[in-house]
Design a protein around this ligand. Sequence first.
Ligand code: ATP
Ligand code: MG
Ligand code: MG
Length: 591
Amino acid sequence: EPTKPSNFLRHVIEADLSQGRYAGRRWGGGPGDAAHHAAGIADPARVRLRFPPEPNGYLHIGHAKSIWLNFSLAAEYGGVCHLRFDDTNPEKEDQEYVDSIRDTVRWLGYDTLLADDPAAPAQAREHEYFASDYFDLMYRAAEALVEAGHAYVDEQTPEQMRANRGDFTTPGTDSPFRGRSPADNLARLREMRDGKHADGSMVLRAKIDMASPNINLRDPAIYRIRRATHHNTGDRWCIYPMYTFAHPIEDALEQITHSICTLEFEDQRPFYDWLLERLTEAGLLSAPQPHQYEFARLNVTYMVTSKRKLRQLVEEQHVSGWDDPRMPTLAGLRRRGYTPAALRLFCERSGVTKVGGWTDYSALEAALRETLEPVAARAMAVLEPVPLVLSNWDEVMGEGFLDDCQAPVHPHHPEQGQRQFRFGRELWIEKSDYEDTPPKGYNRLYPGNKVRLKYGHVIECTGAERDAEGKLTAVLARLLPDTKSGTPGADSVKVKGVITWVSASDAVPAEFNLYDRLFTQPHPDAGDGDFLSNLNPASLSRTQGFVEPGTAERAAQGPVQFERHGYFVIDSAATALVFNRAAGLRDNWGK
Ligand code: ATP
Ligand code: MG
Ligand code: MG
């Protein structure tokens, strides 16, 4: 086993474990304990990580990085990783997204980390949590802050609040409502909760420091009024916690040890710590508190990963849906033919650092090829077919005769057996395998040239037929007897070109979706231009062709390699036999 490349998070975790940082962790007897028990957490000494998606869209390649990072670190250090739906923003969230996220995380291979307490409810044993299950405790936390003088209800308009926040060069200005007594604030907070005030008329703010150089500490809003039906709690609440308030509490309740997020949240870390310290002082949470660590988000060239932009692509029908195989969503990559093993390898290789950058799209394809090459069943397919007629067939082989051919399912795995197919007078070959006048270096069919039909005989091209418009309708050739692959005479005639084919007698019709990058620019959403202007108009081409018999059955087990063409997967959304090209055989990117 080669040693894994290390990263700063591994160092942090190893240092914490070696210092026994979580060994003395005990439940504090506070109200949070009920949530801990509901979560099935019996042994708090372990490393405990979480992947916390907001169920407001489909997961994308960037989320795969976060999933891989959190789940694989947990597994490596004998800990657990929670799948937590960060569902505190009811307008944008939906059950459809919850289902798809859960399905995708499991598909990636992360469904085996069970809770340590076998008596925990089944749902908790899978370590699946909803932030909205903690709304009661979050509200109590808000009241506790108010009672301790750490929060106040602000009735300024949103415009006033924005203006009074100041900016990087100017300190903020205190709200006229900042000096209210805790009792007054508590009464108003309860009115907010009880639906006595209109949406947007007031917010609860943490009382920290309006002059802080960190703008996130200038009395951030922590609760707002919003009459919206929540997918989990329905109409029970008309006030909802803000993400920056909810997230640290979620982490603390679930006894997360290392809360890993992307660099944009670095400036939020002081508030994260401030809040957990106040709530621990108030006896609502127990120490040790979780700590936040930031790493650089994954950016992949030729892809966009902002959910807003992905939604725009779907809603404006630039793609066929969230799972369009050109989308950087995990549903799209899955339908494209990407496997969990390929995505995990890609994530591992893309590194975990504190410095942002771009990972080349070709690294994603390389990971796919490397993981599929050793396992994918081989098959022949003709994507842009033209008939090849062997004019001397009847004379050499006998009229109507069909020869049997075979080829290994996988060249390095003889135990996987042989593919069987027929060879006859009429075959399908690729249109591009014939030229009237060959360009320099062209070794395939042109009048007078000999090539091998892979797994079959050597043939010599004698010409071609065209229709009135000049369209190629058939390629003509003669078969050279006694040259069949695997027979003693096979090497008697030397040829430079080998072409793939499917016999007309047993060819199975199929459609092929050939994908190119969705955007023409490596950084599609850079600059102030409209990212849609970088859409590649030729990102999808469809062809009708043929595959050898038995291919559909083999492809039902996973992606296949069409010889000379690349890796393909059956399109899960199609009713007829349709193959999506996941990647070519080699890197043509940038050509
Ligand atoms: P978007 O900004 O596109 O809406 P998000 O970050 O808000 O995405 P969440 O559902 O909140 O999406 O993300 C869940 C987790 O995935 C977070 O911890 C987030 O940091 C992480 N994540 C999201 N995008 C990336 C990325 N490109 N690289 C690494 N991690 C990411
Ligand atoms: Mg988010
Ligand atoms: Mg976001």
